[in-house]
Structure formats: C-alpha cells, structure tokens
Design a protein around this ligand. Structure first.
Ligand code: OSB
Ligand code: MG
Length: 373
C-alpha cells in the first residue's frame, strides 16, 4: 500500500457516567485518533492512552508527540508498510506501545478494506458471537453500586467486574454476593494493594470470584506469583503484561492463571495475536480488556475478541454505556443474552461518522506523504 496522508485528531468526548478506578476518575475523554489514507480509503486507529499517565506511562499528549515526531517518519520511510511490519518498523522507539498500537491498528484496518475481508478474518479470528461483561467503577455508595449491578444483569451481561481498592472491597463483595450468589463475578484492583495485604486478599476467596485482576504493582510478576500460591482464586494480570515475553514469564512463574489482553497496552494487533497464540498453546485463557474506547477502538476490540482463546467474557460492552453518540455507525449493541454479534462485512464492520468526528475534534494535524519523502 502507498500512504497518501496521515491525520491525527484529538477528540473531546464526555462519558455518560464518570468512571472511577483506584487510580482516579475519568469524565472527559481526550481520544486520539489516527487516520491513514491510501488510494481513497481510510484506515482508523485509536490510541488508548489516558488523559494522565496513571494506568501506564503514556498519556494523550505523549502519544501525540511520539506518533507525530517518531512513528510517522519511521513509517513513511518504508516502501511497503503494513500492520504486520510495524513492530519491526517501530522497534527503535522504546515503549510508547499505545502510540504504536494506534498507528499499527489503523494499517490493519486499512488492509482489511483493501483486501475486502472482515478485519477479524484478517487477524485469524473465528468467533461470530462474543460473550460480554461489564466493568463497574468505584461508586459513591453501596446503594449506587447495587443499582448499577442490577441494571447490567438486567441487560444480560454475562460477567460483572467490580473495581476495588482498600476500603471498597470485602463489604462491597459481600453485599453483591449475598444478593446474586450465582453470577460470574470478578474484581480489578489496578495495583491498589501491597504484599502486606496478602491475608486480606486471601479472604477474597470466600466470594468465589472468577479472578482478581492486577492486585499488586503494575510492573510485577514475582510478588504476584507469591500471592497466587496463597490464593484459590485465579489472578489475572493486566498492567504487567506488555508483550508475549511477559505473558510467557508470568505463566512460567505462575504469577497468574488468566491474562487480560488490551490492544493498546501490548502495542497493537500483531503482539496481541502473539500473546493469544502463546496462551492458547499453554492453556491460559484470555479476555479482551477495555480502556473506555470510542467506537473505533471498540470495533478493533471486537475483531480481536474473535480469536479462539478469547474464551472468557470481555470488558467490551455497548457504546451506550459510555457515549450519548458514538462515532461509529451502527453503534455497538449487546443482545439481551449479553452477546455481541460480530459484523461480517469487509473492514472493521462499523462506518466512521466523519461528520461527528469533525465536530468533536479539538486538535488536528495532517501529514501529507509528499512532505515526508
Ligand atoms: O484496568 O481494565 C482496566 C478503564 C480504564 C483504565 C483501566 C481499566 C479500565 C476498565 C474499564 O476496567 C473497561 C471498559 O469498560 O472500557
Ligand atoms: Mg484492569
């Protein structure tokens, strides 16, 4: 493919409800989109970096600069770029995986359109229906939380994940478990605990959680392994897993029994597929995490979740849980059984609402390929 131009946009999008984790609250998303144009077609990628470097070292601003100053020049210096070549092309840039993923995924998105095949097929996916779960943020009160859980169960969601932190855990799990003894329930601490909390974390076993996501440090395997040996409940790693090698180390060390795969966190589709294949081979189930994405990132999460080993319900839920108006058409919907039907049309399967994208854009930069050679 020959790239004609690359357009970076920052969109300002308000979440329908603020989302609170152990590291902070988000209401206004600053969504960075990458559009790669080639011969009349547009591939889109979304950068999942947060507004602040709280989940990872990256932010909307660091990703903007990295894409513009480092990744785009590397990409346009290559004769025949493709999504699959991006990890090689971008290798000289250390880290910045969310910035890299935004560009790489736009290329895969474009390739699916050029080849006239659904993106999920290009990735090697086979699932046509996806099991959906929800991630419910830390709430101002137990009553509010019970309402949120009740609504999500009523909507058919197959697994409820509760964000937790010290002071918002045992009592909260008790209340939810008492009212819903049988539901598939998990929790996500986003690194809010320390090893001195081990006894406390072991007490979570009584709630029969499907998993405890990232209880300890965001860069740790060793202490998670120590904790996993004491827990009946499976640990799931999110923040700690940056690539296939991390997944192998975590499995080898028994730091976790489940892995959350996020496209941005691992640097794009190629590395996500590599993690998928390595975990499939070793019998470790994975699921697709979410980063409060707009429809573009959401459609890519759907495509990735069609891979065979995405065997647990993901955090990929309906557009309407996040946005009054999503920037794709149709928006992502979930059936009464808590399923997403994967579109079988060429490309990402959801059109980009370019008019709405323009209206939400607060910063835009276009790089024409001519200016780069
Ligand atoms: O750890 O999974 C996480 C949102 C922002 C940052 C980190 C996480 C999350 C979520 C929300 O859990 C998932 C979603 O609904 O998109
Ligand atoms: Mg998480």
């Amino acid at each position: 493919m020959k790239i004609d131009s690359i357009i970076l946009r920052e969109l300002s999008m308000s979440l329908v409800h603020p989302f609170r984790t152990s590291f902070g609250e988000t209401k206004e998303r600053r969504v960075l989109l990458v559009e790669v144009r080639s011969e009349g077609l547009s591939g889109w990628g979304e950068c999942t970096a947060g507004e602040h470097p709280h989940f990872s070292e990256e932010s909307t601003d660091t990703a903007w600069i990295t894409i513009l100053q480092e990744l785009v020049p590397l990409l346009t210096a290559v004769e025949e770029p493709s999504g699959g070549k991006c990890s090689d092309i971008f290798r000289v840039v250390r880290g910045h995986r969310m910035a890299k993923a935004a560009v790489e995924n736009a290329l895969w998105d474009l390739e699916a359109q050029i080849s006239q095949v659904p993106l999920y097929e290009l990735l090697g996916g086979t699932r046509t229906t996806l099991a959906c779960g929800v991630s419910i943020g830390i709430q101002p009160s137990l009553e509010k939380l019970m309402d949120k859980v009740d609504t999500a169960i009523g909507q058919g969601y197959q697994r409820i994940k509760l964000k937790c932190q010290p002071g918002w855990d045992v009592e909260m799990f008790s209340a939810v478990r008492e009212r819903w003894p049988e539901i598939l329930l998990s929790c996500d601490a986003n690194s809010a605990y320390r090893l001195r909390d081990a006894d406390h974390l072991v007490s979570f076993d009584q709630f029969k959680l499907l998993m405890i996501e990232q209880p300890l440090w965001a860069d740790d395997f060793y202490f998670h392994a120590m904790l996993q040996h004491r827990l009946d409940t499976a640990i799931c790693l999110d923040e700690s897993i940056r690539n296939r090698r991390d997944a192998l180390a975590a499995i080898e060390m028994e730091s976790c029994r489940i892995i959350n795969v996020k496209l941005g966190r691992v640097g794009g589709f190629s590395e996500a597929i590599a993690i998928h294949n390595a975990t499939l081979e070793r019998g470790i189930p994975v699921w697709c995490g979410g980063m409060l994405e707009s429809g573009i990132g959401r459609s890519h999460n759907i495509a990735m979740s069609t891979l065979e080993n995405f065997s647990l319900p993901g955090d990929v839920s309906a557009s309407s849980r996040y946005w009054k108006d999503d920037i794709i058409e149709p928006e992502v919907t979930v059936t009464a059984k808590g399923e997403i039907h994967v579109p079988n049309t060429p490309g990402r399967g959801f059109e980009v609402r370019t008019d709405l994208v323009e209206r939400l854009t607060v910063r835009r930069q276009e790089i024409k390929a001519l200016a780069l050679v």
